[in-house]
Write a protein that binds this ligand. Structure first.
Ligand code: SF4
Length: 308
């Protein structure tokens, strides 16, 4: 028997160290939006109240909001609504273009604006650079609400770059003054790639760093924990841009990365067999109570694996 072998009859304990990211869960912008809506005084607010899209990309939070009598409306429904059909509209942290504010005014609809201040900053930059005659290169997901809002504040003067294909197709005149802006939750690596490539073609192009701090911190941390852990669990919705980005980064560095929206989507305990370290992180739209439930399920897996 080797010195390191366990004594006969001795059962090896499974370590399975569970580490929770220090940045997991609601970012400041999402927490602010959630608190504003959670604290709405239903006696004072003009009814009916609608939220334009999902306040937070999380089904638990969406349910909580619905329980408060707040219904969801999409852009088309909002645009079609006649005066009196909507009392108040809640604008989500992702922001909207200027025409929504105009439409609300026209239809006498009150606004509860939860646009994240960091998104407002990019919208204002787009507006200012557009007025100064710049061509805007906007790095972000074409279909994402935040990107559409920045595009509209930029007076439709932006070329949106969502992937490498778009990057190849940039076709601006050499005489154009160019500014690069990005969605607040973009991958910094991709923004850097875009900047490098644009600079080669247009050496005078400028860039404004508009990735928010919460996104930067989470992306830095996920790279570290994905390399150091046996399993990575990213909690978030596939509709959430920042959660998806975290998962993509984790997966590129650690094949045993899992993307779940809640504890209900967790893999069976057997999945964790042999894992010494499990790291858990969560996107900016994942509430604490879901993270706590995932950790509790992981602890129970650890105990059941140890009991075998
Ligand atoms: S991820 Fe950043 S920009 Fe988006 S809501 Fe959170 S703090 Fe604001």
């Amino acid at each position: 028997m080797r010195k390191t072998d366990p004594e006969p009859g001795f059962r090896m304990k499974i370590v399975m160290k569970i580490t929770l990211s220090q940045f997991a869960g609601f970012c400041d912008g999402v927490r602010r939006a959630f608190d504003i809506v959670d604290n709405l005084d239903s006696d004072k607010v003009k009814k009916p109240v609608y939220v334009l899209g999902s306040l937070v990309h999380n089904r638990d939070v969406v349910k909580k909001i619905e329980e408060k009598g707040i219904k969801k409306i999409d852009l088309e429904g909002f645009t079609r609504a006649k005066e009196g059909e909507i009392g108040t509209v809640i604008i989500t942290a992702h922001g909207v273009g200027p025409q929504i504010y105009g439409l609300a005014k026209e239809k006498n609809i009150d606004i509860v604006d939860t646009t994240c201040p960091k998104v407002i900053k990019v919208q204002r930059l787009a507006q200012a650079y557009s007025k100064r005659g710049y061509a805007i290169i906007l790095v972000g997901d074409k279909e994402h609400k935040e990107v559409k809002s920045i595009f509209e504040w930029g007076n439709g003067r932006a070329t949106i770059i969502s992937d490498r294909e778009d990057l190849k197709n940039i076709n601006l005149a050499q005489s154009e003054k160019i500014i690069i802006l990005s969605q607040t939750t973009q991958s910094r690596d991709f923004v850097d790639e875009v900047y490098g490539s644009v600079k080669e073609k247009y050496p005078d192009a400028e860039i404004a760093n508009t990735i928010c701090l919460a996104t930067n911190q989470r992306q830095d941390e996920i790279k570290k924990i994905a390399r150091e852990s046996d399993v990575v669990m990213v909690i978030g919705s596939t509709e959430s841009a920042n959660s998806t980005r975290l998962y993509e980064i984790a997966k590129s560095l650690n094949k045993k990365s899992v993307f779940i929206e809640s504890d209900e989507d967790m893999p069976e305990c057997g999945f964790f067999k042999g894992a010494d370290t499990v790291a858990v992180t969560a996107g900016a739209s994942t509430p604490d109570w879901i993270i706590e439930r995932v950790i509790a399920r992981l602890e129970s897996c650890k105990n059941s694996l140890n009991a075998v």
